[in-house]
Design a protein around this ligand. Structure first.
Ligand SMILES: [Ca+2]
Ligand SMILES: [Ca+2]
Length: 300
């Protein structure tokens, strides 16, 4: 192998190693849902946001999201945490609720934003908390946005009224299955055998879909949400979704706890184009290279 060929090989290997060793770093975003459990600004903690102070917060549901830009843009929920009000502006240290590890739906949200699905477990929302007042704050790389009202620019608080949600009798999954089986048995007695099988399948399907209705499906796919679940939005977030911005908040009763969906714009690092340039100085500096030559001519 000639000297030039070997140098070329070393340089190209360094470029490959450089690209491998210096990938564009993931950016971590902190997505906070501020929860006023008793809809009372006089109880709980004060949280300062870029949109102004938000008082009365008993709990913070924190969802950590990592964005990556290589090999293709992607985002994942990497942890869900809970912080409880201690007093004043002080919250407890974050406590893990869930280790995360599900996708964020890129471009699938309101105004082309990204769908971040998360949940507040029952342990965080006591049964006595019937009317919740909410706000969303997102922070990444020192940039921040907040949505404290139903429609950005207005002044209606974001309210999730759990009393307005239809109460399901506390049958439980096995109770529902038992009920379905009982109905199927009655149908089987009254109908001929063949149609009875069809009825059995139908009833079991209805029961199963009834159970799935309440579950939070954490996958970044917004198809398990209804337009009526939206409790707040910022009409100013449009196509392109550049920078940090909260576009919308969806909330619904779930199993277990309360399902939440934050539609937001986030930051993505550029691909590591700089990595190839970093290796332009191999050990072999004596060999003539294209770049120093014009410099020398210029100084003459
Ligand atoms: Ca409160
Ligand atoms: Ca989903």
């Amino acid at each position: 192998m000639g000297h030039h060929a070997r140098r070329l090989l070393i340089v190209s290997m360094l470029v490959v190693v450089g690209a491998w060793a210096l990938p564009a770093a993931a950016i971590t975003h902190q997505v906070d849902v501020l929860i006023d459990l008793d809809n009372d600004v006089a109880t709980g903690c004060l949280v300062s946001t870029v949109e102004g102070p938000f008082a009365g917060v008993e709990e913070i549901l924190r969802t950590l999201v990592e964005t990556e830009s290589v090999p293709v843009p992607s985002a994942q929920v990497v942890e869900v945490q809970r912080l409880s009000c201690v007093g004043g502006t002080t919250f407890s240290a974050p406590v893990q609720i869930d280790p995360g590890d599900w996708d964020v739906g890129l471009g699938l949200g309101v105004g082309g934003s990204h769908v971040i699905e998360t949940f507040a477990p029952e342990s965080m929302i006591p049964p006595s908390a019937r009317v919740l007042r909410l706000a969303v704050v997102i922070e990444g790389s020192g940039d921040e946005d907040a949505l404290l009202v139903t429609v950005a620019g207005g002044d209606d608080p974001i309210i999730f009224d759990r009393q307005s949600v239809l109460e399901i009798p506390t049958l439980g999954e096995w109770g529902l299955l038992l009920l379905a089986a009982l109905l199927a048995f009655v149908a089987a007695v009254r109908l001929r055998r063949r149609s009875a099988v069809a009825v059995l399948v139908l009833v079991l399907l209805v029961a199963a879909s009834g159970m799935a209705w309440a579950a939070c499906i954490l996958d970044g796919d917004p198809s398990d949400w209804n337009p009526g679940d939206q409790v707040a939005h910022d009409p100013g977030v449009g196509p392109g979704c550049i920078g940090i911005a909260v576009a919308a908040l969806h909330v619904r009763e779930g199993n277990p706890g309360i399902c939440m969906r934050i539609d937001a714009c986030m930051l993505f690092n550029e691909p590591p184009v700089a990595a190839a340039q970093n290796v332009s100085t191999p050990e072999d500096t004596r060999s003539p290279s294209p770049s120093p030559a014009p410099t020398r001519t210029a100084t003459r």
